[in-house]
Design a binder for this molecule. Sequence first.
Ligand SMILES: Cc1cc2nc3c(=O)[nH]c(=O)nc-3n(C[C@H](O)[C@H](O)[C@H](O)COP(=O)(O)OP(=O)(O)OC[C@H]3O[C@@H](n4cnc5c(N)ncnc54)[C@H](O)[C@@H]3O)c2cc1C
Length: 438
Amino acid sequence: MRHIAIIGSGPAGYYTAEALAKAMGNEVRVDIIDRLPVPYGLIRFGVAPDHQSIKAVSRRYEGVALSDNVRFVGNVTVGKDVSIPELQQLYDAVVVATGAPLDRPVDIPGAELSGVVGSAAFVGWYNGHPDFADLAPPLDGTSAAIIGNGNVALDVARILSKTRAEFEASDIVGHALAALEDSAIRHVTVLGRRGPHQIAMTPKELGELGHLERAFPRVDPLDLPPQADDALLEPGMRKSVTHLRAFAAHPVAKPVTIDFDFFAMPIAVLPSETDPARAGRLIVERTRLDEQLRSVATGEQYEIEASLIVSCIGYETPPIDGVPYEHGRGRFANIDGRILPGLYCVGWARRGPTGTIGTNRPDGYEVAEQVVADIADGKARDGREGLDRLLAERDVEVVTFRDWQRIEAAEIANARTGAPREKFTDIEAMLAALRPSG
Ligand SMILES: Cc1cc2nc3c(=O)[nH]c(=O)nc-3n(C[C@H](O)[C@H](O)[C@H](O)COP(=O)(O)OP(=O)(O)OC[C@H]3O[C@@H](n4cnc5c(N)ncnc54)[C@H](O)[C@@H]3O)c2cc1C
């Protein structure tokens, strides 16, 4: 029998477990350890609450979780409740699948002002991540700025612009729904350092902005390159740019505007005139593209009003003691997923924060193949029995997959009309749902 620990129950963790179970059948026991009592990582806490069909991929992981040789070990933080060297003693292989949950900092003066938030925090807030449930982003000003030209920026712009009715079939958490309903924000500016041909936005997500109830997107036609140049783009990108052209050609009047500000580099946040601790305006510098399509500052500056500034400029993996780390790239140091003998990484912890849910499947399968080859001649290990013993000694309250199903059942029972669930937003409430009531 071989024993494998996977740290992290997001897509990368589950695809790796699926691959290991397929390759080794009854010869393997896989433990998927997560710091939270609930599984699925960014499927639950990143993917937008109004994109339920994407979140449905978790049903596939449920099949893996319920197989005899894979188990979920929730509410256990590696690096705190158990260390990497301890796991290496207990298991034939340890696979780090901890994602990239930290915001890359916006490195400009004034970024410390209240109202400047990273997308991990903002997205975590509306998705009910226990780390960010108390964020309370300021929504009392009329203008917000979003820094970044990827899909996360689009998610944030859309969530800030939707009406309560548009969230009906979503699992947005109650505190965010109530705050957004009272929001005064009427102008959202999405800033990108480069132009429409350099965006990292996919057509489906961009197209959605054209169908919002009370908001409409605006693009300055002068920012668009000559239409003939679109022929050089790959088909998905060409579709995205076609959406931008449509937004530029057919502006619609609705109460909320989403302005795409291309060739725009934020250089400082200025405090609000009424409260020096809060953000009030953003100083932006106009850019142009050089021959290598890099953005170059032009010296021309302007200001935009913004009491909420959400930076969507990428993420980093937090280091874990005992795991070599590549600081410049914000991920674990690895060659094709191998970190050290017996220690591997997959998903965003391996590649950095790029790629969709589906990208993690070939990634997990590839690393699983290496694990299977490497552990062919292993020695006998304690595996899950050893972990259970250690966690019991340390009084760690472990949450199993069956427990998670009970938490989920309580969330479904608490759902508002039309919504799939009302998520618990703190760990204590999740654990309380497992205790007999009264
Ligand atoms: C805002 C946002 C929206 C997105 N929307 C989409 C979308 O619509 N469609 C799409 O295809 N992709 C989307 N993605 C990308 C997708 O979510 C990622 O590709 C995927 O989640 C990465 O998987 P992962 O398993 O590497 O990391 P994660 O999903 O982040 O999972 C990491 C897991 O590790 C756990 N963990 C972390 N540290 C520890 C520790 N020390 N001990 C134990 N457990 C730990 C975490 O709790 C988490 O469960 C989105 C990403 C973001 C940020």
